[in-house]
Design a protein around this ligand. Structure first.
Ligand code: XMP
Length: 520
């Protein structure tokens, strides 16, 4: 890595990713590694500083995360945050105890060492966010207290050893001046350079792909969404038409999507694209299936099989040289990478997500994942710098199994057609109200519930449609959106009037948890 970087060791805090984001916002690359990473793995990033995150454990727990304390002796500046402070205290000979008064929420921190470079530019008293059960009781030799709250030690330092630590969380927005504190650590203490910029990322990624692929060929499964499109454009920049993109119609796309996405990818992005209409294949496999997990598995497996067939055809067209040097492009993002290596291990499967993640094992192709260091909003920034249209970059997420997980019960061609119409009305009206980009996802769900209605003096007996709109940062949690009544009114009246087969519209007011965003 030829840019400055900061390594964050993750002790399992819910805020660890936020630390990385705050540092990257200052144009410095930061990588989150599990706290169990070896010194060699840390050194591979050539970091100019190390941050130890917070975490739920106590240093005295039998199952406390087994991090290597030699990380404190690497000669690099270290900043401990919350559990990170306790880790430093404990391993360097101080004492930690269970706090008499648990601090959770806002607290006032008093800076005692105002000249400390960590606190440059900060006022003498700062409102900070605390979330801890343990606290430092006795400092290790050579350390001194640099900040305190009414109840606890809030900051410690040993400038000779270049180790600093705070008990509060500077990475959360609730901590006033938190970003400045991290800025001070990264620039004043670690002497990092702000060289992690979109132009630099694009240039170095394109060069690296060119070098990796050489004269070879690559294929990419495109969904038309932000991640796979940006990944494809980067690879296209590097190897041009030696990249072939494959876009599959699985029969459960949104209204006109098969054509719109082709137009976007071919005409607006100039990608070399093969579009495969496999809708009847998918829909016949889905006939009679009502179980959500079965639907997901069928679509996932069928996708792999369609893509396999296409890939074999494409590889054949490359001739012998192409077959030997074939790569698969994937739009894997950083949160997926961190998730799979987190100290907490894989979480319980709520839904088996379908994306192209299952492909390589099956296909034995070498992987190119140009976005595996980026968060979603960084991908959008890169896409904008690549000159990609906002229409693609600002698209709301759409699940791999498409409308199949928004049709409760059996998926039939008639139900897909009904939902496509209703969904199109929801999205159009939300766009017309200027709300599309402010909302994480907004869509319609078709319920297998029929109810009685009356239209034009006629009795109707038709399906129910639910409208769902949620705010979210990452899809892990979500809040339902209080859409304005006039938007709901328009949506409801248009669906009932224009979609023959739906006579009732309801609004889903469930957040996640306890609901999930998709209904299945
Ligand atoms: P849930 O329904 O689990 O969804 O709250 C969280 C986010 O993930 C999207 N989603 C998927 N994305 N493949 C995907 O690529 C899938 O199988 C899949 N299932 C759900 C969902 O739209 C939401 O943004």
């Amino acid at each position: 890595m030829d840019t400055s970087s900061i390594v964050i060791l993750d002790f399992g805090s819910q805020y660890t990713q936020l630390i990385a984001r705050r540092i990257r916002e200052q144009n410095v690359f930061s990588a989150v590694l599990p706290c169990t990473a070896s010194l060699e793995e840390i050194q591979a990033y050539k970091p100019c500083g190390i941050i130890l995150s917070g975490g739920p454990s106590s240093v005295y727990d039998a199952d406390a995360p087994p991090a290597d304390p030699r990380v404190l002796d690497m000669g690099l500046p270290v900043l401990g945050i919350c559990y990170g402070l306790q880790f430093i205290t404990y391993h360097l000979g101080g004492k930690v105890r269970s706090a008499e008064k648990r601090e959770y929420g806002h607290a006032e921190a008093y800076i005692e060492d105002v000249a400390n470079p960590l606190f440059a530019g900060l006022p003498a008293s700062v409102n900070v966010w605390m979330s801890h059960g343990d606290e430092a009781l006795e400092l290790p030799p050579g350390f001194r207290r640099i900040a305190k709250t009414a109840n606890a030690i809030a900051g410690i330092a040993n400038p000779e050893r270049r180790i600093w630590a705070v008990q509060f969380h500077p990475e959360v927005r609730h901590t006033a001046h938190g970003a400045e504190l991290l800025h001070n650590f990264v620039f004043h203490i670690c002497q990092a350079k702000p060289d992690w910029t979109p132009e630099h990322f694009i240039q170095s990624t394109v060069n690296a792909i060119r070098e990796k692929v050489g004269d070879g060929h690559a294929i990419c499964a495109l969904s038309g969404g932000v991640d796979s499109s940006v990944a494809a454009v980067l690879v296209d920049r590097a190897i041009g038409d030696r990249l072939t993109c494959v876009f599959v119609n699985n029969g459960v796309l949104r209204k006109n999507e098969f054509f719109k996405v082709q137009e976007n990818l071919r005409e607006k992005l100039g990608l070399n694209l093969v579009a495969v209409d496999a809708s009847s294949r998918f829909l016949s496999r889905l006939a009679g299936v009502t179980d959500p997990e079965k639907k997901r598995k069928i679509i996932g497996n069928e996708f792999i099989s369609v893509f396999d067939d296409e890939a074999a055809r494409i590889l054949q067209s490359f001739g012998d040289s192409g077959k030997e040097v074939a790569w698969l492009v994937q739009g894997t993002l950083y949160p997926d990478v961190i998730e799979s290596s987190s100290v907490k291990g894989p979480s319980q499967t709520i839904k088996s997500h379908h994306n192209v993640g299952g492909l390589p094992e099956n296909m034995k192709l070498k992987l190119i994942e140009p976005l595996r260091d980026l968060f979603k909003d960084e991908v959008r920034r890169i896409g904008a710098d690549l000159g990609m249209p906002q229409e693609i970059l600002q698209r709301q997420p759409f699940p791999g199994p498409g409308l199949a997980v928004r049709i409760v019960g059996e998926v039939t061609p008639e139900r897909v057609a009904l939902l496509q119409e209703a969904d199109d009305i929801v999205v159009t009206e939300i766009r017309n109200a200027g709300l599309y980009q402010q909302i994480w996802q907004s869509f319609a769900v078709l319920l297998p519930v029929k109810s009685v209605g009356v239209m034009g003096d006629q009795r109707t007996y038709a399906y129910t449609c639910a409208v769902r709109a949620v705010h979210s940062d990452d899809g892990m949690t979500a809040d339902w959106v209080p859409l304005p009544y006039d938007v709901l009114k328009k949506v409801s009246s248009r669906i009932v009037n224009e979609v023959r087969g739906i006579n009732r519209v309801v609004y889903d007011i469930t957040s996640k948890p306890p609901g999930t965003i998709e209904w299945e």
